[in-house]
Write a protein that binds this ligand. Sequence first.
Ligand SMILES: CC(C)(COP(=O)(O)OP(=O)(O)OC[C@H]1O[C@@H](n2cnc3c(N)ncnc32)[C@H](O)[C@@H]1OP(=O)(O)O)[C@@H](O)C(=O)NCCC(=O)NCCS
Length: 206
Amino acid sequence: LNQWLLDTSAARNKDFVLKRFCRMLLTQTYWRLRLGALGQNSVLFKPLIIRSPGRIEIGNHSQIRDFARLEVIHRPHLGWNASLRIGNRVTIEQGIHVVCQGTVTIADDVAVAPYCAIVDTFHPHDPPDRLPRIGDRLPTEHTFVSIGEGTFIGMYSIVLPNVRIGKGCVIGAGSVVTRDVPDYTVAAGSPAKVISSFNADTRTWS
Ligand SMILES: CC(C)(COP(=O)(O)OP(=O)(O)OC[C@H]1O[C@@H](n2cnc3c(N)ncnc32)[C@H](O)[C@@H]1OP(=O)(O)O)[C@@H](O)C(=O)NCCC(=O)NCCS
């Protein structure tokens, strides 16, 4: 039984390596032509929805798993270029939803667990008596989200507009991040609050 389990898991692993290799070839040919920038060895899995690919930049050795929806809403008449920047060695697991109408930056070595949303947009609801369709309600000011180097975002978390998460942070599973998170802290909950932070002098978490 043990041998059989080992064999099947090795075979599954081999399948995955092959699938990843094929996806990488496809990404590096098709998506290199369509994205604003794409670094070496980065892979995008399918199914995938991408809006305004020319406004998306992805660094080297990054991977975006299946069921991703990356939407950039570019409205140049408002005076800025909407852009989504994903750094090097970024791992984004299944089902991510990114909406970007301003600037969304995901720095190097960030890991995003499955089914997270990172959105720099909202749907203004004022005035309440003459509202256009929800998709046409968008802010007219520049908004952003920034996630610092080496940060980990736990499963099913949501990062809301105008939030800066520092470097080396951990965001707990199922969190809703509504405010900035300082470097080297663990934040969790809805709204996310800091539950521990790293003391560089004593090199301990408290
Ligand atoms: C945030 C996290 C890293 C904290 O781990 P930890 O440092 O060991 O913290 P603890 O488990 O000791 O919890 C500390 C406190 O935070 C609370 N807490 C922990 N995780 C939380 C979460 N996700 N949401 C809300 N509160 C949370 C605990 O209830 C506890 O509160 P208390 O002191 O009032 O009892 C961890 O709970 C977590 O969410 N990890 C992400 C898991 C994940 O998404 N994995 C992806 C796999 S692909």
